[in-house]
Design a protein around this ligand. Structure first.
Ligand code: DC
Length: 222
């Protein structure tokens, strides 16, 4: 088995249940877990900290190349340090969620983060979650899943997570506007050849985890 093949790659839009599912699969397999979205968010935190303009493509690219991102890959101990400062909670703030598309739509930022993600998962056993894992970061992964869910259900899930924090319009912005922005450089709505589509609309988290663990076993991962 090549070192890169002990990888379970999971892509999908926001609210598809990716993070909870990916952590659950990692726990079950005893694998590490890499939340690549947290790295995009970490760059946004650094840009907000330094007052970088949302449209300053060059500065955002430069920030991505220079910022230090120290990310934990332990499924039950998710932490991110941005230039040595704990940003674990900050990266989930609505201001960061609203800013992060400026990073994810920046081609140079993507290239840098893809390199860093590959370096983290090289020669390891990981469940990796994001938008371009099955297609760009690790197309050779042993298991490649596109996790989808009905948009109404995705909004409802995000709404439940962010109850009282966001109103309806802000929620719509976070889920649907961001997906649209995010899909300008990455296609995460159609499965690439060889990628298994798992629709979580009518499934519980446990059922989705079970399905993906089944795919991992079928692929010879233990
Ligand atoms: O999954 P998330 O909401 O934490 O992702 C944060 C942002 O980063 C979101 O705008 C999508 C983007 N992203 C990406 O473009 N590619 C990835 N591999 C992971 C996230």
């Amino acid at each position: 088995m090549s070192p890169m093949s002990a990888i379970v790659a999971i892509d999908g839009p926001s609210g598809s249940g990716k993070s909870t599912t990916a952590r659950g699969v990692a726990r079950r397999l005893g694998y590490g877990y890499l939340d690549t979205g947290a790295m995009y968010r970490g760059v946004a935190v650094a840009c907000l900290r330094d007052g970088v303009d949302h449209e300053d493509v060059e500065r955002i690219a430069e920030m991505t190349r220079t910022v230090s991102l120290d990310i934990s890959t332990v499924p039950d101990d998710q932490r991110l340090l941005v230039d040595g400062v704990d940003a674990t909670l900050t990266i989930r703030e609505p201001s960061v969620s609203a800013w992060v598309s400026a990073v994810s739509t920046n081609a140079a930022s993507r290239a840098e983060l893809v390199q860093r993600q590959r370096a983290i998962i090289a020669a390891g056993r990981y469940v990796v979650e994001g938008r371009d894992i099955t297609t760009v970061v690790c197309p050779e992964a042993a298991v490649r899943v596109l996790l989808v869910a009905d948009p109404v259900r995705r909004m409802a899930r995000r709404g439940a997570e962010l109850a009282g924090v966001l109103d309806e319009a802000a929620l719509h912005d976070q889920v649907l506007r961001r997906d649209k922005d995010d899909s300008t450089l990455v296609n995460f709505t159609d499965a690439a050849p060889g990628v298994t589509v798992v629709d979580s609309t009518e499934l519980t988290v446990d059922e989705v985890v079970e399905t993906i663990v089944g795919l991992a076993h079928d692929a010879g991962l233990t």
